[in-house]
Design a protein around this ligand. Structure first.
Ligand SMILES: Nc1nc2c(ncn2[C@@H]2O[C@H](COP(=O)(O)OP(=O)(O)OP(=O)(O)O)[C@@H](O)[C@H]2O)c(=O)[nH]1
Ligand SMILES: [Mg+2]
Ligand SMILES: [Zn+2]
Ligand SMILES: [Zn+2]
Length: 435
């Protein structure tokens, strides 16, 4: 991607990769040949241990003979001796392009030096915001992320004056095929309907997200460009959403810690909880658990908070400053347990008279704390207060009234409740949106 002269004149500019969230200076960026010759012809490829590690995790290169897949030619321009003394000028002005040693064409595609993701021009220019979504299995992370991005397009964005654009075609396609088409899209089709009948969109529940061992792709975020109307021009930020597999969180946390470095570098964490896994809620006679829910063990959220703290090893003796939104999901199921007249009960069981605002956020935060205490989670509350002082509690339902007891029943489209509140809070904390 050619970058303009003004950007090239700032080689010391700090950049945060929206894919791995490492920080580096602009002059550290690597470059890769994207010519059709080099991309099509494997015999011209060279090893790329940085990309192997980013896409296959720590197992990269440990295949039968330690071989790696050949990749199109790439270089670290400052160390590319073929450029002679010009390479030392990179500290004053970034090169417009370098010459591919394999096909001899000019190369201007830049890569993150840490994960070798291709960095479009906007990455070099814009600040990067960040929402990492974590939580145990089946709390609704994948559904939440799908609904949240959909709502950003149709409701949250228009209400707050921004639009989201997928950063690359690959991201647009990945969101569509892995997320959106399940929750909003899969039209029934199949030829069963009479001709002329417009098939209604049908939701399918997401399957449990496989962990990094079988699905290294889960480490790749969905990166969007968030654009606002500015004074006379469009201003913007990058925004990366990271989904994660509850399977890793519950059973493979060592691996998650070593592979998902984006958590350590996180600028905002959204931790989802499912109150239906709290013993006191599970045993409340007003709740009818589904067959699946009856068979899951109750959660230990204090243990989860401890686990989360281990992702920030540099901060063992001081609190973590990273903003942490803790969101009690599936409000459609447990909201009726709250006291009638409380904000949470009102939002869960009726049509509220006024839109959500910061006052409501503060009330909900207080009500959640009281409920968690009542449900025997005082230890969790205290731990979070000590280790993550920059936190706030939220409630939401990604599916709203559309939630069904059985995954094999017809699934109406989501009617989400309060999913925007934790996102807006996290974006305000990161300076992406104004308070
Ligand atoms: N009642 C209700 N159910 C929900 C909601 N969101 C998700 N679910 C259901 O919860 C189950 C798990 O949802 P997922 O989005 O796959 O959960 P996950 O956290 O991504 O699970 P893993 O990928 O295994 O970690 C599915 O059956 C969803 O239909 C909600 O807002 N309300
Ligand atoms: Mg999932
Ligand atoms: Zn990177
Ligand atoms: Zn080439």
């Amino acid at each position: 991607m050619p970058i303009d002269i003004w950007t090239r004149l700032k080689p010391w500019r700090a950049i945060r990769c929206p894919f791995c969230f490492e920080r580096f200076r602009a002059y550290e960026m690597h470059m890769r040949c994207q010519s059709s010759i080099c991309r099509a012809d494997y015999s011209r490829g060279i090893p790329d241990p940085i990309l192997d590690r980013a896409t296959q995790g720590a197992r990269a290169g440990k295949s039968a003979r330690g071989s790696t897949i050949p990749r199109p030619w790439w270089t670290d321009p400052r160390r590319d001796k073929s450029r002679g003394i010009f390479r030392f000028l990179d500290y004053f002005i970034l090169p417009r392009s370098v010459i591919c040693a394999k096909c001899e064409r000019p190369v201007d595609t830049r890569l993150c030096p840490r994960c070798h993701a291709i960095l479009p021009e906007s990455v070099v220019k814009l600040a990067a915001g960040h929402v990492a979504i974590l939580g145990p299995q089946s709390v609704g992370k994948t559904t939440f992320i799908t609904v949240l991005i959909h709502e950003c397009d149709h409701k949250i964005g228009p209400e707050h004056g921004f639009v989201l654009d997928p950063l690359t075609d690959e991201i647009r396609e990945r969101y569509e095929s892995h997320y959106h088409s399940f929750t909003y899209g899969g039209v029934s089709g199949g030829g069963g309907e009479p001709s002329g009948y417009a098939a209604a969109p049908r939701r399918i529940s997401h399957m449990g997200t496989p962990g990094v061992d079988t699905n290294p792709e889960i480490l790749k975020p969905l990166v969007f460009r968030l654009m606002r109307r500015g004074e006379g021009r469009i201003t913007g930020t990058l925004l990366s959403f990271f989904d994660s597999a509850g399977e890793d969180w519950e059973m493979n946390v060592d691996r998650l810690r070593s592979e998902a470095l984006y958590i350590k570098h996180a600028r905002g964490i959204l931790f989802l909880l499912d109150p239906l896994r709290i013993r006191a809620v599970m045993s409340d006679p007003r709740i009818r658990l589904t067959e699946k829910e009856r068979h899951v063990a109750s959660a230990d959220y204090l243990d989860d908070a401890r686990k989360l703290a281990t992702f920030f090893p540099d901060q063992t003796d001081k609190p973590t400053r990273t903003p942490l939104a803790i969101c009690l999901n599936k409000l459609d199921r447990w909201g009726k347990l709250m006291e009638p007249g409380s904000a949470i009960h009102t939002w869960a069981c009726s049509v509220p008279s006024r839109p959500a605002d910061r006052e409501l956020d503060a009330t909900i935060d207080r009500e959640v704390r009281k409920s968690l205490e009542r449900w025997g989670a005082a230890g969790f509350l205290e731990y979070v207060a000590v280790k993550f002082p920059n936190h706030r509690f939220f409630v939401c339902s990604a599916l709203g009234d559309a939630a069904q007891e059985r995954d094999d029943a017809p699934q109406p489209l989501p009617t989400p409740l309060l999913v925007d509140r934790p996102l807006l809070w996290l974006l305000q904390r990161q300076g992406v949106l104004r308070d």
